[in-house]
Write a protein that binds this ligand. Structure first.
Ligand SMILES: Cc1ncc(COP(=O)(O)O)c(C=O)c1O
Length: 426
């Protein structure tokens, strides 16, 4: 009887795979800086989280208000036809998909933030090893940490593919051993990449799609940063798949892409995005999600549809990020570790010792940045190629970005007179 047994004997068992997951990067940073105080009298600035600080377009209030009576309805995993049409039309427009080949009713599902969809994808494709070989999930390195957590918790072996300056900041697809590819069930590819902003070109994406088809795995291309670019819109994996297979009946096979309103529309709090691609994967995902998911509330889904139908705010947002990079470049461009990325909103700045620099920046300049080692897995010999970097999210208004970058420059470029053109706020 429970009442007669000491409580300590009834401790719950936890999933032992959790032991292999380090604390999340933001928690590690909080530990690192726990005993470090920012300078007295200096406004602390956090450049840590990739959370756009500008407001989403205000028209979403009206759309949600017009759908207020839908709050009493359970949302279905498949969402609404209107949402699928809005997101599907955007995909076809943005990526020039051939008319009539993309059917949003079979190839697209809303997701409550791409984070949960990325996590659940691993649960969808990883089967228990059942005494056979352990399935592999391929991960870029550095990476969005959710990929690693998903692969591990699903029971796969995470295999990290280093993405460094030498490999163009994308995993080297030619370096993956066949013995690994044979066991691969899922490959998370991020383009534009978080944190480096590198963009996979069409040859790269074609090679990745061919590998997925040849070895029978799912290629999940995380395109969350696809709308935050400098000058050239990044090509999408669906465009490449359509060109590879101009007339076949299943152009999206083995491929899914993920898109989010968090970055495109500065609406991270809405928790809204979508997954699109191979109808077999999408259909199975819908089945999994009907057991596991709360679904996106219908008033939010209506607002999300309106956002996918509007481009004006995205053009403005892009201009803001360009101005943010102009401000960063004006302050830090002379630093040898500075690289202006073609896309995304992070600076991936090489500073020597990222952890030490994060401590010093907080203590001496009141600026919080993320050590690169926290988003990069070490290799088996313990070396961490992300350790010399810090990740700096340029998500604030331009004056704040400019202030933070000038403070960083005071520490990294002492004595240098930063080039400070007036940066216009779009
Ligand atoms: C690479 C990448 N993918 C996915 C996400 C998740 O975005 P959301 O869940 O807000 O759609 C993020 C968020 O920072 C990200 O950086």
């Amino acid at each position: 009887m429970i009442g007669h047994t000491p409580l300590s004997e009834h401790r719950p068992g936890l999933n032992r795979r959790l032991d292999h997951l380090a604390a999340y990067p933001f928690a590690r940073l909080a530990d690192l800086l726990a005993d470090v105080a920012p300078p007295h009298g200096m406004k602390p600035l956090s450049m840590v989280v990739g959370e756009p600080q500008r407001s989403p377009p205000s028209f979403i209030h009206e759309v949600m208000a017009a759908h207020w009576q839908d709050w009493n309805k359970y949302p279905l995993p498949i969402g609404t036809k209107d949402f699928r049409a809005a997101a599907g039309d955007w995909l076809v427009r943005r990526y020039g998909l051939p008319k009539g080949r993309f059917d949003p009713d079979t190839s697209l599902l809303p997701v409550t933030g791409t984070r949960e969809a990325l996590f659940q994808l691993a649960l969808l494709v990883v089967s228990p090893a059942d005494g056979g070989a352990t399935p592999v999930v391929l991960l870029p390195n550095p990476l969005y940490p959710v990929y690693q957590g998903a692969g591990l918790i699903a029971g796969a072996e995470p295999v990290f593919l280093d993405a460094t300056a030498e490999t163009g900041h994308l995993p080297d697809l030619t370096a993956i051993p066949d013995s690994v590819l044979e066991r691969t069930v899922l490959f998370y590819l991020c383009t534009p990449a978080n944190p480096q902003g590198a963009i996979a070109d069409s040859a790269y994406l074609e090679q990745a799609i061919r590998l997925a088809r040849h070895h029978g795995f799912v290629l999940a291309v995380d395109e969350c940063y696809a709308e935050i670019y400098g000058h050239t819109p990044p090509i999408g994996a669906l465009t490449v798949a359509a060109a590879l297979d101009p007339a076949g009946p299943a152009p999206w096979r083995n491929l899914v892409v993920l898109h989010s309103l968090s970055k495109r529309s500065s609406a991270a709090g809405m928790r809204s995005g979508f997954i699109a691609g191979d109808p077999t994967v999408i259909g199975a995902f819908q089945r999994l999600r009907s057991y596991s998911l709360a679904g996106t509330p219908l008033p939010l889904l209506a607002a999300a549809a309106a956002l996918w139908r509007d481009e004006d705010h995205v053009v403005e947002t892009r201009a803001r990020y360009r101005a943010a990079f102009d401000a960063a470049e004006a302050a830090l461009g002379q630093h040898p570790g500075f690289v202006r990325p073609p896309a995304g909103f992070f600076l991936w700045l090489e500073v020597g010792d990222g952890e030490r620099m994060a401590q010093r920046l907080w203590a001496e300049q009141g600026v919080r940045v993320l050590p690169g080692a926290y988003v990069t897995a070490p290799s088996p010999d313990g070396r961490n190629h992300g350790a010399p970097f810090v990740r700096i999210a340029l998500v604030h208004d331009i004056p704040i970005v400019a202030d933070a970058c000038r403070r960083i420059a005071q520490l990294l470029l002492p004595g240098a007179s930063p080039h400070l053109p007036s940066v216009e706020t779009p």
